[in-house]
Design a protein around this ligand. Structure first.
Ligand code: DI6
Ligand code: FE
Length: 396
């Protein structure tokens, strides 16, 4: 006896040889929070279920996974956005206390409760489009106490809503104002923040911002060494604004993902492929910053690098709470195919988070599903501003 049985479905299983792993005239059965069957309706071994729903041909995909977000933060930067459009330069805004450090100030001043309250509407917008798993980074606290507060708020979001949250420690995001020297701050991150966060079990992975305006490859390497010693997987913001060789560094440390990658040299794609590091592309930041340098999608594809897509939801460079829009942008801006876009928010996003129990419709995986008012999966990346979600199933 199944708990839930969906019949006359069109399944984009994201597994198997067919494009999208498509199965038409299909059924999917759920038992104890897991997928018990996903395949042709005609081959369904057992059609008894507590709840049965005839989908009349509607599309079922794995629940969507946003594998790169900065969802937890206080305040916003709309005034800064407006000032820039009224002609103020980035430097003027930074001198007036704007930019990333304004979010750090607001986040430090906010309570854990206030951070949860501020993040919930953003989370709800993503859930309304079929999201079932989300990664949330710290990185606006930059003290042990404030980074822990952000990570606790992130974990609480997973209890406030039916959604799976994974957390990533991004203490190496920006140099906090009380430090004059980036090496001194990295020493503090490695000696104080990382061990305490690991001991508290508050982070599933460790990330860094490898950039001229962030931290150098040598500094990131110290963070990665410490993460390895603590048994934590790593990921990296790499090659977003310039090419510092961050992706190769990430690959050398067996990173789960290297993210952004606009400035990645095509010949470095191979290193990601060998390390099975997922390339996480973030078209929202590309769009919002009016970047013109495209990530080398052709080289990533040719080298067999798994590509994911995420919102990068953050107040400074990607105030975006739509994974469907990220899919559309991945296609229109980066020339990904609709199938790559859907892989990017399902199976490959799961890999980017080190999750082997989500991202495809295959027996044994978690029953995280999205049911769409659509007949073909290309419709999901095709629409702009539409939300064809009918229903979301979370862990059955
Ligand atoms: N990449 C970005 O673009 C930002 N952080 C990052 O790692 C900017 C975050 C912000 O401006 O608040
Ligand atoms: Fe980011």
């Amino acid at each position: 006896m199944h708990d839930l049985l969906l019949t006359h479905a069109t399944l984009a299983t994201m597994a198997g040889p067919a494009p999208y792993g498509l199965v038409e005239n299909a059924a999917i059965a759920v038992k104890d929070g897991r997928i018990a069957y996903a395949g042709p309706l005609a081959d369904l071994p057992d059609n008894k279920a507590k709840e049965t729903d005839d989908l009349g041909g509607a599309l079922v995909t794995p629940g969507l996974i946003d594998c790169h977000t900065h969802l937890v933060y206080a305040g916003d930067r709309a005034a800064e956005f407006e000032a820039r459009l009224l002609g103020k330069s980035y430097e003027e805004i930074a001198r007036a206390g704007g930019g990333i450090l304004s979010t750090v100030r607001a986040t430090r001043a906010a309570s854990e409760d206030a951070l949860v309250e501020a993040a919930l509407p953003r989370l709800d917008a993503l859930i309304a489009e079929g999201l079932t798993t989300i990664e949330i980074k710290s990185g606006y606290g930059l003290t042990l106490e404030d980074e822990m507060k952000m990570l606790r708020a992130a974990r609480r979001l997973g209890r406030e809503r039916n959604v799976r949250v994974t957390t990533t420690l991004l203490a190496a995001h920006a140099l906090p104002p009380e430090f004059k020297n980036a090496d001194d701050y990295i020493a503090y991150v490695c000696s104080d923040i990382m061990p305490a966060v690991a001991a508290a079990g508050l982070a599933d992975a460790v990330d860094g911002f490898c950039e001229g305006v962030g931290f150098s490859p040598a500094q990131i390497e110290r963070v990665f060494e410490k993460a390895a010693a603590l048994g934590l997987r790593v990921k990296l913001h790499a090659e977003q604004l310039s090419d510092l060789g961050g992706a190769k560094l990430a690959a050398r440390y067996g990173a789960l993902s290297a993210d952004h990658l606009e400035y990645l040299k095509p010949e470095d794609a191979n290193a990601l492929a060998k390390a099975k590091t997922v390339a996480v592309l973030l078209p929202g930041a590309f769009y919002f910053l009016r970047e013109t340098k495209l990530p080398p999608v052709e080289a990533l594809r040719a080298n067999g690098v798994s590509m994911a897509l995420a919102t990068d939801c953050n107040p400074g460079t990607s105030p975006m709470t739509s994974l469907l829009l990220a899919m559309n942008m991945g296609c229109t801006l980066f020339r990904m195919t609709p199938e790559e876009a859907l892989s990017g928010v399902t199976c490959n996003a799961a890999t980017a988070l080190g999750l082997d129990d989500a991202g495809t419709l295959t027996p044994g995986k978690r029953a995280d599903l999205a049911i769409w008012r659509a007949r073909h999966p290309a419709e999901l990346a095709y629409g702009i501003g539409a939300n064809p979600l009918i229903r979301r199933v979370f862990a059955g």
